[in-house]
Design a protein around this ligand. Structure first.
Ligand code: NAD
Length: 292
């Protein structure tokens, strides 16, 4: 089994930054690549703030924080991923975007290096087939926020080699995360169950059954969920939620996965949730205010 030392992360958004954060804390060298050096640096700025929060909360020491930060660099271009032993793609949930990234990355990656995707829903087998290394490709699906959430779902494509899977297991174990294994079907386990619930919450709002606040309070207090489903949708990103519903709808051809038209409308407006300052709540003031 290959020993990993250098991890490449593609996408410095909320997930890519989180993956870089936990990998660096576990002692891996990390290179973060995004559409620009500035975007990658912005991601590292977020990691710094989150490490500081962990330090303030007594979860890590100042030495661990500094060591982790010293291991993370922002890529100037895709060529900076050339030395990576494993590249984890955590870019926008869009198959065309991911395919373009894999083509770029495979061009510079050593033949023995592994490639993984953090996709929430897209077929691992199909993504793997678009690369030059389907046997060294798999899904490593982290949960948001990565430094806090315990679980990682591992998803093998039809061609994923045993050695690839074992190397990924060892990597996830070194991060101190728990693992589950999902077969390669649309949205895997967590999002197959979670996303239709969120979509149904949006239908509940769309049909006027309840207000934003009543829907969220109902599920927090009535089902003991730590966050209401609309709050959670904003946290995940409404574009990501819509993409996952579309993958479920297309992949399973069942009308029960039809994305709610209200979700489509929010995404069309660019109201993507926390990351854009507005979704089912408006986050631009002191406290979040429902947007309808
Ligand atoms: P995000 O919008 O926060 O970040 C996406 C990043 O990808 C951005 O920084 C963007 O600039 C970058 N990007 C886009 N095109 C790129 C390209 N061609 N090359 C390099 N970088 C590019 O999204 P996110 O929430 O971090 O989600 C990323 C992935 O993780 C998606 O596949 C999503 O389904 C998955 N995921 C998300 C969550 C969640 O709760 N948000 C949870 C698990 C998995």
């Amino acid at each position: 089994m290959a020993e990993l030392q250098r991890i490449g992360v593609v996408g410095a958004g909320q997930m890519g930054a989180g993956i870089a954060h936990v990998s660096a804390l576990a002692g891996y060298d990390v290179v973060v690549f995004d559409v620009s050096h500035e975007r990658a640096l912005q991601g590292i700025g977020g990691i710094t703030a989150n490490l500081d929060r962990q330090l303030a909360g007594g979860k890590i020491t100042a030495g661990e924080r500094d060591a982790a930060l010293s291991r993370i660099t922002a890529a100037d271009g895709v060529g900076d991923l050339a030395e990576a032993d494993l590249v984890i793609e955590a870019a926008t949930e869009d198959e065309a975007v991911k395919r373009r990234i894999f083509a770029q990355v495979c061009d510079v990656l050593r033949p023995e290096a592994l490639l993984a995707t953090n996709t929430s829903s897209i077929s691992i087998t199909r993504l793997a087939a678009s690369t030059d290394r389907p046997e060294r490709f798999l899904g490593i699906h982290f949960m948001n926020p990565v430094p806090v959430m315990k679980l990682v779902e591992l998803v093998r494509g039809i061609a994923t080699a045993d050695e690839t899977y074992e190397t990924a297991r060892a990597y996830v174990a070194r991060l101190g995360k728990a693992m589950t294994v999902s077969e390669d079907f649309p949205a895997f386990i967590v999002n197959r169950i979670l996303m239709p619930m969120i979509n149904e919450a949006i239908y509940t709002l769309y049909e006027g059954v309840g207000s934003v606040e009543n829907i969220d309070a109902s599920m927090r207090l009535g089902a003991n969920h730590p966050m209401g489903p609309l709050q959670l949708a904003d946290f995940i990103g409404l574009d990501t939620c819509l993409s996952i519903m579309q993958v479920l709808h297309d992949g399973l051809s069942d009308s029960k996965y039809r994305p709610c038209p209200l979700l489509v409308k929010y995404v069309e407006a660019g109201w993507l949730g926390r990351k854009t300052g507005r979704g089912f709540y408006d986050y631009r003031g002191e406290t979040p205010v429902p947007t309808r």
